[in-house]
Design a binder for this molecule. Structure first.
Ligand code: NAI
Ligand code: MG
Length: 351
């Protein structure tokens, strides 16, 4: 029996509705694979921020450090600015725990229509690997002469050899385990320092991964190709900003934000990794018990994979595919009338 200690951060809104569903599915597959989970729940959220002035306690990272993984719902609450939840919880965890890989698998499932006419189930199946801790999202820069005609703002991007090399190696290794194709997002025609550096490192790392065929595309053309021909991709690697945009675009191509999962990985396992659905707290439907739990459930499957249980993880993703393909049960975002709990019940029947 393998024992894993999981930190649960349900967060706000539907985060608190989808995590219990993910936990039910984890517990259901665990027994069959000789796994035992114990959970500790943390109330860190925008709601906590409203009452206590901080998203998490000062020693929050120390409290999380000893867990094997973190499963997060979503944070966000009307009235609390988005940068508070981002910089008060998500970014400290991602950066403090060196979760430098943000992984977003994209699949078009049978039974979930893509907004793209030609995106056929089974054909669209790729992964966006986003650099998660450096790049364009930094704190270096500033503003001068606020409100004056000569006002200016400067924002620096930071790309390090170490940071770019490790994300590229992760992506090439992943491509080596998947379809052996990698696409790098660049913009070295317009961004003339950091992006040529990125491109050089891509070529350098490619030489060490001879089993992977690779190419690079400028981000603008790449975005168009995501829409026009999403089936051509296997692994797409991108900087923090480009990966952020591409992964949301890709989730939209797949047909529903409610299904999309994400992992924030520390591949060296020096720190816990964090798994979270792509969607936010959805205040428009929160509290009604109708949130689609599949994004959280698929995120939990990614957690199982990371913890060394790929068969258990595949069992869950196969069950998601079977549920969508073979049953009419759907939450309202997918055109049905099922509640979160009923949808989870239906999944547990096919898992
Ligand atoms: P959102 O993802 O919360 O909602 C967008 C739309 O999709 C809404 O109409 C919502 O009802 C629907 N939706 C999302 N997930 C769903 C699910 N599982 N089942 C059914 N419908 C679903 O994005 P929005 O509205 O831009 O942001 C709301 C709050 O969430 C904001 O405070 C934002 O900052 C926060 N947020 C947090 C994220 C995180 O915790 N990582 C990520 C994105 C947004
Ligand atoms: Mg985003």
């Amino acid at each position: 029996m393998t024992h894993h200690r999981i930190a649960l951060i349900p967060g706000d809104g539907i985060g608190t509705e989808v995590l219990p569903a993910a936990r039910r599915v984890l517990d259901s597959v665990a027994g069959r694979h000789g796994i035992r989970f114990t959970y500790q729940s943390f109330d860190w959220s925008c709601e906590r921020y409203v009452h206590e002035g901080a998203m998490m306690p000062e020693d929050g990272l120390e409290q999380l450090r000893g867990y094997d993984a973190i499963l997060l719902g979503a944070v966000g609450y009307p009235g609390v600015p988005d940068h508070v939840s981002l910089w008060g919880l998500l970014i400290p965890i991602r950066r403090g725990f060196q979760q430098y890989v943000n992984l977003r698998p994209i699949r078009v499932f049978e039974g979930v229509p893509s907004p793209l006419r030609d995106a056929r189930p089974g054909e669209v199946d790729f992964v966006v690997v986003r650099e998660n801790v450096e790049g364009e999202y930094g704190e270096i820069g500033g503003r001068l002469a606020r409100g004056l005609p000569e006002e200016l703002a400067v924002q620096e991007a930071v790309f390090t050899r170490k940071g770019v090399t490790r994300i590229l190696d992760y992506a090439f290794d992943l491509a080596g385990r998947r379809g052996h194709r990698l696409t790098s997002a660049t913009k070295s025609n317009g961004i003339v320092h950091t992006m040529p550096f990125w491109d050089e490192l891509v070529a350098e790392r490619a030489a060490r991964h001879a089993d992977v065929t690779w190419n690079q595309e400028h981000i603008d053309a790449l975005a168009a190709k995501f829409v026009l021909d999403p089936a051509r991709f296997d692994v797409v690697v991108a900087s923090n900003l480009f990966g952020d945009i591409l992964s949301d675009l890709a989730a939209a191509v797949a047909g529903s934000i409610g299904i999309a999962p994400a992992a924030n990985l520390n591949p060296e396992r020096d720190f816990p990794s964090m798994f979270e659905p792509v969607h936010g707290s959805a205040p428009d439907i929160a509290g009604r018990g109708i949130a689609n739990p599949l994004g959280a459930i698929w995120s939990a499957a990614m957690m199982l994979d990371h913890l060394g249980h790929p068969e258990a993880a595949n069992e869950i993703t196969d069950a998601i595919a079977a549920l969508l393909a073979k049953t009419p049960v759907r939450t309202p975002d997918l055109g049905g009338t099922a509640m979160t709990e009923q949808f989870t019940d239906a999944l547990l029947e096919v898992v």
